[in-house]
Design a protein around this ligand. Sequence first.
Ligand SMILES: [Zn+2]
Length: 450
Amino acid sequence: MNPDGTLHMARRLFWSAFTGWQAFREPSLPYWPPERLAALQSRRLRRIVHYAYDTFPYYRDLFDREHLRPEQIRCADDLRKLPIVEADALCHAPDSFVSQRYRAGSGAMLMSSGVSGNSKLVHWDTAALCRILASKHRYREVLARFVGKTFGYREMSVSNPENVAIALRAFYEANTWVPRSVDYERSRALSTSSFDEILEQIDAYRPDHLGGYGATLGALYRYAHEHGTPFYRPLLITYGASNLPEQDRVLLEERYNIPVVSSYQASEFLRIAYQCELRQSFHVCIDQVAFRVVDDDGVDVRPGEQGRIILTNLVNHGTVLLNYALGDLVILGEGPCACGRTLPTIRAIVGRAFDLLVLPGGQRTHMDGLIKGFAYRRHLVQWQMEQYTLYRYTVRVVPDSQVDWDTLATALALHLRQMIHPEAVIAIERLEYIPVGRSGKFKACISHLS
Ligand SMILES: [Zn+2]
């Protein structure tokens, strides 16, 4: 073997051993006493804050402007002393957030999927990615309750070609060894294909576990249901990123008996939170992120209230993000979860702020919220709402075959005017199929305001 080959092998051995070491405490970590979790979080926070101050002119300036020393940030609560960093700052000057000590090429570069033109390049160091790989166990433990085993099942994802999971997979294959016996068989369908093509691919592969974007998978099964297309039923569906409309979740779980589990991630933080088997809330991985939920003035909201999530990445030494506003609205959890895990919770992910509609009163909402209570809702196979101004909207609708279109369109325009504003101008368009955007994600809401 040539020296490069030996070096590469040694590197893989080292990082596999590191990942194995990190994985050692995984089974118990989500159930640790809260003080022990907080101690681990604080230790990691102090390390990353010192690192940020020592190696980033951006953070050093930020601390100096606030007359703060890194020693004054000792635990997650102390992050309130620091100003919030808006996501735009990372879009416009990504290099300001990459450490001078970080060597490009030593880890992986992940590109967020670029919805609304907000694509961001995020550098991840190898140790952080190995910690994240080890922590996958906590989500796998939940999925195993539904699939019946922890390893060796068949998995398929419906995703776009630039999906972060695919870039990560390539990184792990080059840098670690996952024994065949504990790996999963995987396949992938492109979310930009037609629904008929995707259904055929799922039927041919017959996965135990199917994953993808919530809105895409919801629309896919709604389409199969309405058209009477026979489809293969996986044991479990999981989704992240975009929302699964509530009526699609009911269709999957209650009509077809397929359980649905969701997780919450972003390329800046990778997995932020995940649903447990009770699926009442999302457990936040506070060993990897510090988080709080604030209102528009930056003040913490109370449990059960909605606000912006502010996150600090505790493990990544590539792109370092402290007090970062990811752009998502979430509802803060209330009290401990009955599953016994002590990782704190957020009750729901409302959505990306720029995927929400802005109502004339200033509230931000999702189309799903607007059509709650609409009398003909069960006749809507798929829908999409595009907002141009506070008062002007286009709604694209795929109706089922049982409803009279004129009646449906008139009732929908009336209902939306009642929900939005009596003077709102709402154009309703009938379509056979609503295509996904260039990002491969189906978007139920497009607002040109937020
Ligand atoms: Zn739980």
